[in-house]
Design a protein around this ligand. Sequence first.
Ligand code: AMP
Length: 192
Amino acid sequence: MTHRLIVMGKQGAGKGTQCLRLTERYNIPHISTGDMLRSAVAAGTELGQRAKSVMDAGDLVPDDLMMSIVDERLRESDASEGFVLDGFPRTSAQAEWLDGALAPGGIDLAISIDVPDEIVVARMLARGREDDTEDAIRRRLDLYSEQTAPLLDHFAAAERLISIDGFGDEDTVEARLAEAIDTRLENPGGNP
Ligand code: AMP
């Protein structure tokens, strides 16, 4: 059984922690496009040079560049049985491209970790980083809803979306995720 997973969630939803737990549980690589871009910037590659100003401005790196990075990564042998994709797709064009790149099967599941805005804001403020002012946090949350809602619809239409309640401690949320994933992948035709 393959585990080709996409994990989506607002900043502060616990996405990073849960991605790591999934990589251990299913022995699959964590493919984070944000991490890949940050390493390219740190290494000063041509890609890094192109991406840096875009990332600094908080904008999205062009789709064609992102697709070629992800295409290359998905071809590596460790991704043949599955992966946890984190930060990709971020646009409808990327989502459509991914369907084609993984055809005929496509991804197995997209998982949305849902946490109410008020809880995310409280968590982020408690973390106390300088760029975590309430205004900045709310702006990122608005952007997430704007950019992500259509992607969730895309996966829901393909009956590949599960939504998980992200409220609770890390072990509790992990148990919810694992149960939902295992149930769905073992009964592909079944209802969520
Ligand atoms: P992240 O760590 O996922 O928040 O990504 C950090 C930054 O990298 C984003 O703010 C974007 O500038 C860029 N980035 C990461 N993934 C993508 C993507 N799929 N499409 C476009 N830009 C991306």
